[in-house]
Design a binder for this molecule. Sequence first.
Ligand code: HEC
Length: 191
Amino acid sequence: MNDIKNINLIRLAGLLLIIVTAISCKRDNNYTGHGYFMDMAYSQAFETYGSSPNFSDSITMLTPVEGTVPREMIPYQYEKTFDEQQRAGRELVNPFEADKENISRGKEQFSIYCAICHGEKGKGDGHLFTSKLFTAKPTSLVEDYVQNKPDGEIFHVITMGSISTLMGAHGSQISRDDRWKIILYLRNGLK
Ligand code: HEC
């Protein structure tokens, strides 16, 4: 007797399962289905580009307060003028040793960012110039004119570009450390 009851219960449960499964299939492909525990499925925090009721302009992603400096970023304190270039030359000191590792890192970065104009050996004969794609003559980096400049001045030129603006700024592309290492290579690897 009990067995028959159990079998009927199982049948009923099976039938219910089929009905629920059938109902839960909606033909509308745009319908994402019912949800439960919505607070676990969706973030309670405001979305970056969503609107926020907390501010009068409803913008969630606020601009940082003026003067904000991102973590680990060291602001560059020199303007793009010749006086400032010379001041950088007097004040900035290369924090890296001219050891094998740093020079070879500098060489690698030089061939990525500088050689195309200044040439692999820094003689001002890079492909962009010799192929006439870039018409301004890149300065030779091996001659006294550049070699006699203090490290800080060269750092300034790489960071901000040349005063004449013929050479562009590379401060946003090459990390601070790598700019210094390129200078180590200019001093110790080119000749
Ligand atoms: C798009 C071509 C180009 C690239 C890339 C380039 N330079 Fe130059 N560079 C020039 C030109 C052109 C000049 C000459 C500019 C002038 O006379 O104002 C110059 C000038 C210089 C000078 C002399 C600045 C002075 O005070 O007269 C230095 C130093 C220098 N470049 C270093 C570098 C280093 C290091 C890199 C790589 C990080 C680099 N350049 C990348 C084209 C380039």
